[in-house]
Design a protein around this ligand. Sequence first.
Ligand code: FPP
Length: 248
Amino acid sequence: MTNSSSSSVVPRHVAIVMDGNGRWASKRFMPRVVGHKHGVDALVRTVRACADRGIEYLTVFAFSSENWKRPNDEVSGLMSLVLDTVAKHLAGLAEEGVRILIVGDRSAVSDKVRSAWERAEQATRHNARITLSVAFNYGGRWDVMQACRQALAAGLAPEQLTEEQLGRYMALSHAPDPDLFIRTGGEVRISNFLLWQVAYSELFFTECLWPDFGEAELDAALDDFRRRDRRFGGVQALQAQPAPLTAA
Ligand code: FPP
């Protein structure tokens, strides 16, 4: 598909690494967790903006498998933020047609956090305007590993294991692969986010710190996406059929 062939191409699935909350807060001499709180506001804004633009799936990296290494007060601040966010925003998002799904290893989170996520999933399960997948205690390598384990446990023989089969066990099996991968905060890396799924995603990196992200930054990423030439390993799409070599 050549995105430039149409000015109206909207990605079906956008994935975002919401980076820069800590620096946003530090610049204001505030604790890092204040940056995460403003990050939640940016997330809610972005869900709405994506839904308004016809994006069907938005997947965000909210807590990585590695984020447990952060200072205890930041980890517990992020866990409390989950509870506050569900209390404050669930009803509004549910009303607006957002389906919420949590992807990641739930076994390590507290009962309180787990049940808040389950409440969010339950309350929005019939919604279809946009699917927000929140990656929480998620890592791309964990995802590949857990999918392999499930496939083995299901008794799949090595020769039965295809990319499609394994994809069914991956955490984002409910969504097509992301068309567009955005990372805010100026770093240019994937950081163990959706390793399997971003094989052919278009990558977009911006210096914008996540709490400052909004419609203008999303539109800049979408404009850039429209100009990309997606070939999925093939050759460039021909704009016009070549003339026959000999006249009939
Ligand atoms: C990375 O910024 C951000 C995180 C590790 C957390 C992202 C979480 C949110 C935006 C809140 C979402 C919460 C819920 C409840 C869905 P950083 O802290 O690494 O920033 P830095 O690179 O500036 O230090």
